[in-house]
Design a binder for this molecule. Structure first.
Ligand code: ADE
Length: 242
């Protein structure tokens, strides 16, 4: 099963952009996922091809028109069929995390609506039952880069995209912890040595050291994640006992 991503944007030239490079770009060329980009402006019916207008109630900026967005979504659906997820990238959405990335990577198709200006008329978001996703608590100039972030995170989880399938198992967030530090050759660099345990050849010691490092990093850098990890850990200890 391949993932189809339908992008709706007024800047179609921004795509594939970074998604055309690296392993994700190779996977696109190899057909492991599909991307279709629609220019919202081509659905504007008036002679100025305007996709936005001033906000009712006043205020700064412009709002994207519901009629134009709606026609664009319908056009995409007429060719693709209904999308498993219809997502509007917006700073007020559910914040993207690895759990949501996994959920999205498992779905066959998604429509990603990239807004510009102050936002999109609420009525089309409601009528189309769009979900809103944010990539973090900061404001971008539009949803395009957010859509690319979301897609890169999802596509790298698709079967066959990453060379070494095992690499995603141990990375940050899989265990609920940040990842332990990595080292490679040279064994001594600028007078700095690699931790002794990593060259000991003792796999059990290496595993234990990495676990301790991951826990310590998470505790100091991300107390929020650490607390959640501890809670889950206690739960699983309780489950094993009962
Ligand atoms: N559009 C503007 N800012 C955004 C954000 N933080 N996440 C998703 N879409 C956005």
């Amino acid at each position: 099963m391949t993932l189809t991503a339908q992008i709706l944007t007024i800047f179609p030239d921004m795509f594939p952009g970074p998604l055309g490079g690296s392993l994700v770009g190779k996977a696109l060329k190899d057909g492991l996922w599909r991307m279709e980009v629609l220019d919202i402006r081509s659905f504007a019916s008036n002679k100025h091809a305007s996709v936005d207008d001033t906000p009712y109630g006043g205020g700064a900026g412009m709002v994207m028109r519901p009629d134009v967005i709606d026609v664009a979504i319908r056009d995409a659906e007429s060719r693709n069929g209904p999308f498993a997820r219809k997502i509007y990238l917006s700073p007020r959405g559910r914040v993207l995390d690895q759990a949501l990335v996994k959920e999205l990577a498992a779905c066959p198709s998604m429509l990603l609506l990239c807004g510009r200006y102050e936002g999109v008329d609420q009525r089309v978001l409601d009528a189309q039952q769009m979900e809103e996703v944010s990539i973090g608590d900061f404001v971008l100039g539009g949803g395009e880069l957010a859509a690319m972030v979301l897609l890169e995170a999802c596509v790298r989880l698709l079967p066959g995209v990453m060379g070494n399938a095992a690499t995603t198992d141990e990375e940050s967030f899989e265990s609920g912890l940040l990842e332990y530090p990595h080292y490679t050759r040279p064994a001594v660099w600028n007078g700095l040595e690699v931790p002794e345990v990593l060259v000991s050849g003792n796999h059990a010691r290496v595993k234990n050291w990495r676990q301790v490092q991951a826990e310590e990093l998470t505790r100091t850098r991300r107390p929020d994640l650490y607390e959640a990890y501890q809670l889950r850990h206690k739960e699983s200890v309780k489950e094993k006992k009962s």
